[in-house]
Design a protein around this ligand. Sequence first.
Ligand code: PGA
Ligand code: ZN
Length: 423
Amino acid sequence: MVYIEDIFAEEVLDSRGNPTVKATVILSDGTQESAIVPSGASTGSKEAVELRDGDKDRYDGKGVLKACENVDTILADALVGLSPFNQVEIDTIIKERDATDNYSHIGANAALGVSMAVARASASSLGMPLYKYLGGANAAILPSPMLNIINGGSHADNSVDFQEYMIMPLGFESFERAIQAASEVYHTLKKLIAIDGHSTGLGDEGGFAPNFKNNVEPLEYIVEAIKDSGYEPGKEIAIAMDPASSEFYKDGKYHLKGEDKVLSPVEMVEYYASLVEKFPIVSIEDGLAEDDWGGWKILSDELGDKIQLVGDDIFVTNYKILQEGIDAGIANSILIKLNQIGTVSEAMKTVRLAYRNGYTCVVSHRSGESEDAFIADFAVALNTAQIKTGAPARSERVAKYNRLLTIERELGFGEYIGKTLFK
Ligand code: PGA
Ligand code: ZN
């Protein structure tokens, strides 16, 4: 019987140069696998707690030595000797050892690092790719990527209020062909931006981050870039947005600094409705703030049967909050970020709840990432059919796309269903 022989963690850096947890699991058959935990910047207030040392002498307080120690002691004590092959059991024990609602005791970074590393070690020990271990013979769909090619909000130092302007290459027969198109549009966009004298510097997720004159101009540039690359906007390549509006919501209003406007929730919904009229937008994430459930209801009633409305900060991958959203008729899709909820099994539980209620799922990276491509396998395993993991640039983003290219080739008969995702 294979059992967990050792578990330990070390502090490494994420893509922003901040410390994060790398957890390693060693099995009795000699298998050794690791996982690196990502970290967000525009976090939802109800996310599982990312434990930081707070010691200002190191990394401005952002060190994760305590979280690593919790892996080495609390989690190792609880899990060494157990079989790694029952992920739900492993994750339940991790949760019990934390004994809080939100991982504020051991840290979600400690919990998730171990949870992912156990899954990866199990797959490796069985000689299976991770997506097959997690999803079995049913793992088949290559996700349509949302590629964030213009960055604003808290991911960039520019005048753009909205955080993410993404392209979705839907009208293609394979993931490989879709990524080719996305990369071509990305490079065309760079040229268009440069010709107009804008900076081609990048934001945290690899998208361009110039000072546009308002929040609509990026959409105009993207449509132009799609056309100039020889593709049809809407039909072959659509647009998705994540305004991450909790970041500019204050006192019941939305403060669009880039346009010198202050909008009520109803006006904000009208603003989005007008964008959806003019541009081939198929998905808007966090269009309204996590505290603005009234506004979310209006948004859902107004646009819910036209486009995908993804809840990120509002649901934080939490099945209890998602259930409240379902009951309230809010959104029709949920963003899935493993570190928002704390373990692999709990994220899977949220995905199952979403599916049962007709909500789509978009597996997502964080703005602070690493070379770890766990989410690529996770998206295929759960057949979510959608993933957002940044621009087709910068290795921490591209690692996920590259992994999906490999998975597609390995599967041979993988399905790319982009065309059928949206009406
Ligand atoms: P974050 O942003 O990783 O900085 O929280 C990503 C998002 O809002 O989707
Ligand atoms: Zn978001």
